[in-house]
Write a protein of this length. Structure first.
Length: 309
């Protein structure tokens, strides 16, 4: 991949899939279609799915592939306008006021115009995303929107309607070109229909075994083929066990990397027990897999792989 990729948008679904694949993101036809349409129609893309399925990665990959800056708004409970949009540099403003008073400036209108200017404006992610720099509209990632409250969701709906925000002291800032907006949610709560209607929607699921094996081949090239197949088969089985937190694609990659670093050529009960912390993140899940469930899964995948040749 070139260090300075073209910012031209893909002209077809196939080109979109190839664009993502060029950055080692393997997208199925349905995902490739909705990404293509979001880019062409200039509509936000609303991605929903379990944690760890690669929703956030889509925004990162588009940023790299299209050569556009990535602006990320990480959502959390209590997120407000000052953290998400803009705020004033109050310490610098106070210092400027004292310096002006010390130098004998008494014109309050002039003083106010000076301190409420671009010089003292701190741009947060929303304002950054609307302020195109370098001639390219950025990729604007609104990550884990379901963590915020409904008040911020309503504000965001207003922003996405016209791609503008109003700063009382300065005026309205409007995007010269709408950013490429990617919204993700882990579905810890339902997002209001009004916002979803502004977007194109896609449910991002875990990859199937064939896709996940290809991901391992690309991301962990040092992992031998036999071990890669065992790792993918094992993880695919774990996702059927109703664990507290199923391992995501990132955890599969981490596990394959860890096993490669340990020079393992195949899975065995001891190796699985020793390395589960790279794959599972909750002790109850680890304890369960270190017990009879883990051995049963290993026996099943070895029998299946042996039968498949």
């Amino acid at each position: 991949m070139s260090d300075a990729p073209s910012s031209a948008l893909p002209a077809s679904i196939d080109e979109t899939i190839e664009l993502l694949a060029g950055e080692d993101y393997l997208a199925g036809r349905s995902l490739g279609t909705v990404v293509f349409l979001a880019l062409r129609m200039k509509r936000p893309l609303f991605l929903e799915g379990d944690a760890g399925v690669g929703k956030t990665e889509i925004a990162k990959v588009l940023s790299k592939a299209l050569g556009r800056p990535l602006i990320r708004l990480q959502c959390y409970e209590g997120l407000d306008v000052s953290s998400a949009v803009y705020e004033w540099n109050y310490p610098a403003q106070m210092l400027e006021i004292r310096l002006s008073e010390a130098s004998g400036v008494t014109d309050r209108g002039r003083m106010e115009a000076d301190i409420f200017s671009e010089r003292y404006l701190i741009r947060r992610p929303v304002l950054q995303a609307l302020s195109m720099e370098g001639g390219k509209a950025p990729v604007f990632l609104i990550d884990e929107l379901d963590r915020t409250d409904e008040a911020f969701e309503a504000f965001l709906l207003e922003v996405l309607s016209d791609y503008q925000v109003t700063i009382p002291e300065i005026g309205t800032v409007r995007a010269a070109e709408p950013p490429i907006v990617i919204i993700t949610t882990n579905r810890t709560r339902e997002v209001h229909d009004a916002l979803k209607r502004r977007c194109l929607y896609h449910w991002v699921d875990y990859p199937d075994a064939t896709q996940e094996l290809e991901i391992i081949r690309r991301k962990v090239p040092g992992c031998n083929e036999a071990l890669s197949r065992q790792v993918v088969s094992y993880v695919q089985k774990l996702r059927t066990l109703d664990l507290f937190k199923n391992p995501g694609v990132a955890e599969t990659i981490d596990w394959a990397t860890a096993l490669t670093e340990l020079d393992r050529l195949a899975l065995d009960p001891e190796t699985i027990s020793d390395t589960l912390g790279t794959l599972l993140k909750y002790q109850d899940d680890i304890s369960r897999i270190q017990g009879t469930d883990g051995k049963r899964v290993l026996d099943e995948i070895k029998a299946e792989l042996l039968a498949a040749g």
